[in-house]
Design a protein around this ligand. Sequence first.
Ligand code: GDP
Length: 600
Amino acid sequence: MAMKKETEAKKKKKTAKEKAPPSYAIQEGTTFRQLCEQLNIKGKDLIEALTGAGFNVNINDIIEDDILPSLSEIIKKPLTIKSIEESIKNQAMADEANLVLRPPVVTVMGHVDHGKTTLLDAIRKTNVAEREFGGITQHIGAYRITYKGKPITFIDTPGHEAFTKLRARGAQVTDIVVLVVAADDGVMPQTKEAIAHAKAAGVPILVAINKIDKAEANLDRVKQQLSKEGLLIEEWGGDTICVEISAKEKKNIDELLEMITLLSEVMEIKTNRQVPAQGVVLEARLDPRRGPLATVIVQLGVLRQGEAFVSGLCSGKVKAMFDEQGRPLKQAEPSVPVEILGFSEVPQAGDLFQAVADQDTADKIIAYRRSKLKKKEGPARPEKLTLDQLFKQLEEKEKKELPLIIKADVQGSVETLCDLIPSLSTDEVKINIIHASTGQITESDVLLASASNAIIIGYNTKAPAKIQEVAKEEHVEIRLYRVIYQLIDDLKKALAGLLEPEEKEVYLGRAEIRRIFNIPRVGVVAGCYVTDGKILHNAQARVIRNDEIIYTGRIASLKHLKNSVTEIKKGYECGIVLDKFKDIEKGDIIEAFIIEKETK
Ligand code: GDP
């Protein structure tokens, strides 16, 4: 019966949607006067009607969100406000006649010490230095080379931090990921992470097996490991391009560049040069002499010196632009990274950058953004998925996928979960595991989740306090479980929209065990020093040794000197007895937490 009702409601919603007149999108920062001009309405009439509806506005005011419903009613047209970047991008990509190819932007990713920096240096040295003799290379976050007359842009911050941080802010600059895997070391945790990040972003991966000069190099083993991660190389019948290189000896670097060029040609990466320039802030800093500086990678249009722009909550005028050799540029084409002078303040990495007609337009857009921010009392962020609200959000957005990141204590658990969880997918919702690995939850996991709107599921693992902070900032949900059936049960319930209020672990504090006492009739007492937060006498606790959890349970007694106490704060000593656990050692960390039921 309930099902029937639901389908009917859905049907109704659909018909309503179909019948509604198409909405008219106005660009952020538009004034009432501009809207009247666009729609050929008399300004005076509009202001009168708005005044009649209780709004005290001037024809030169910016249209804000809260007036939209009334305004739409008055002009009998549903209105929406679009960001200038979105309007320009839509306009640019819809104008097929003006779409042209642009050079690829490449990010080098892979495990630490596998040779990312060496490779970026080798590429720069062999292809830039000889061309630009005398140029002084500067770090601006990206550089350009030309290989056989074809330009390629490399992001100069190796690793996935930058890649994911930008994506978490909604920006994507990378067209191709070069995954560096050391031939002597093989696929390592960060290699897997990099694969997950690139896949989640839908960016093709080109593998560079590095350090082939080393005696320990074992190419077959690496290829085997890669195939296990879903990257089957061409030689083995797959479609992943793989180049064997030595970054140190500059061997096969040309082959790698050749493959990048080929792949980018197949991908047909397109742009439109005929729209106001748009790009992404890669890096930004305050230079003591020159003021706020930012590297922007242009994606659409051609950026010219003197143009006004907006970027996040900053505006400005391009006073000067420089390339990675410090040479001034008058204009920057798509895929060109440039350091820009002329920001009102330091923008944030990941902010979009948009050239606008003039300073007045820039001011109006910034005024709109600031007022919106003020009303929201927090940065405007896309709504993120939580398991509690999953069903509602899935319904509303007609979302068909639940992206998950799985972290577990041991490889066996990871494998079990990866087998079990996808089978819970229903006709309506497909569960998609975008990354699964062993160990604690890391910042990289949170950023990946944020960028992919995923939920992190931890099984017998933990999220350190610092990571929980990041998750909070990024609005990413982390759910920790100790029992598999409960995890499965929650997922099943969430998919059916039946999840009970969530139980949340709240971190209290940490104490380090400095001495151990064996006290008759009491048992083993941990003589501790509270290094962070506080410990409560009725808290739950876990013992951590060498980053591994060796016990999870409860604090049975908490004493300061000889007295039982309810709480001990950071900087004090205390004696802790753990419930049914004696196997403690000097140097172990006791972490206290409580479980709170969160009612939403
Ligand atoms: P990253 O952490 O991935 O940026 O790695 P680096 O570029 O800093 O390289 C780590 C170490 O590996 C350095 O000592 C490099 O000299 C060395 N290395 C990098 N590429 C090669 C290579 O092709 N062959 C050999 N033998 N060593 C390399």
